[in-house]
Write a protein that binds this ligand. Structure first.
Ligand SMILES: Cc1cc2nc3c(=O)[nH]c(=O)nc-3n(C[C@H](O)[C@H](O)[C@H](O)COP(=O)(O)O)c2cc1C
Length: 231
């Protein structure tokens, strides 16, 4: 009987040892665990390769470009952050896109509303192309360009045409957004499309300028919904 019990115990021990292996660092894992660990390592390695060859996160391929003015603006008094700039920031925050502000090379725009409207009217009458301070580095790398502007005299500010005419938009998707004081998008989608015929220009998101200053939370919800629809 003693022999039978000893034989049984030896068999149990043998089965237990067959299902385990020593990892060499003092811990013991079952074979199943070893297989799972190998699978996880493989998954992590595959994932790392997918992210990028040098292990860094891939850069976004969207760019937010905008023009916006501070100073005295319609219905909001003197502001230190432009209405369109506020919307641009929201888009950057949500999408992680890169950002480029259109800043005039020589900034002669008046800081009072009436003078600014007169100045802008003259630019429009002259079909002016005011120069821009900087250029976008590596514009070719972007597939999507969010373009933001205030409506000026039922149109884009002339400096935005300077921007559109300075780059090759072939094959790019342009998603315009504007702020205004009642005109809505003022038909600017087709004006942009005419300026850059080789791009796909989407519908314009139009936001009342006063809302960006007085009710940013509701503007933020509108922007979030709009970006979701765009996906
Ligand atoms: C020169 C000028 C012209 C404007 N023309 C219009 C217009 O035709 N229609 C409109 O709805 N709002 C018009 N506005 C109001 C602006 O579109 C609005 O205040 C906008 O939110 C300003 O944005 P910003 O602060 O980003 O520059 C005009 C404002 C300025 C300064």
């Amino acid at each position: 009987m003693k022999k039978v019990i000893a034989l049984l115990m030896a068999m149990v021990l043998l089965f237990a040892l067959a299902g385990c292996s020593d990892t060499g660092n003092g811990t013991v894992e079952s074979k199943t665990d070893v297989k799972e660990t190998a699978a996880v390592t493989e998954a992590v390695q595959t994932d790392e390769t997918a992210v990028s060859d040098d292990g860094e996160a891939e850069k976004t391929n969207a760019l937010v470009v905008y023009f916006s003015r501070t100073g005295e603006q319609y219905g909001v008094g003197v502001i230190d952050k432009g209405n369109t700039a506020i919307v641009a920031d929201m888009i950057v925050e949500e999408t992680g896109a890169d950002v480029f502000e259109i800043i005039p090379k020589e900034d002669n725009y008046p800081m009072t509303y009436k003078e600014l409207t007169d100045y802008a009217k003259e630019e429009q009458n002259n079909n002016a192309r005011p120069e821009i301070l900087d250029t976008v580095e590596n514009f070719d790398a972007y597939d999507t360009v969010y373009l933001g502007y205030p409506i000026w005299w039922g149109d884009l500010p002339m400096i935005c045409y300077t921007f559109l005419e300075s780059y090759d938009f072939t094959g790019k998707t342009v998603i315009p957004f504007c702020t205004h004081a009642g005109s809505g998008n003022a038909g600017t989608q087709s004006k942009i499309q005419t300026a850059i015929p080789n791009a796909e220009v989407k519908e314009v998101l139009a936001i009342a300028g006063t809302d960006t200053q007085n009710d940013p939370d509701s503007v933020k919800s509108t922007v979030t919904e709009w970006l979701d629809e765009m996906k």
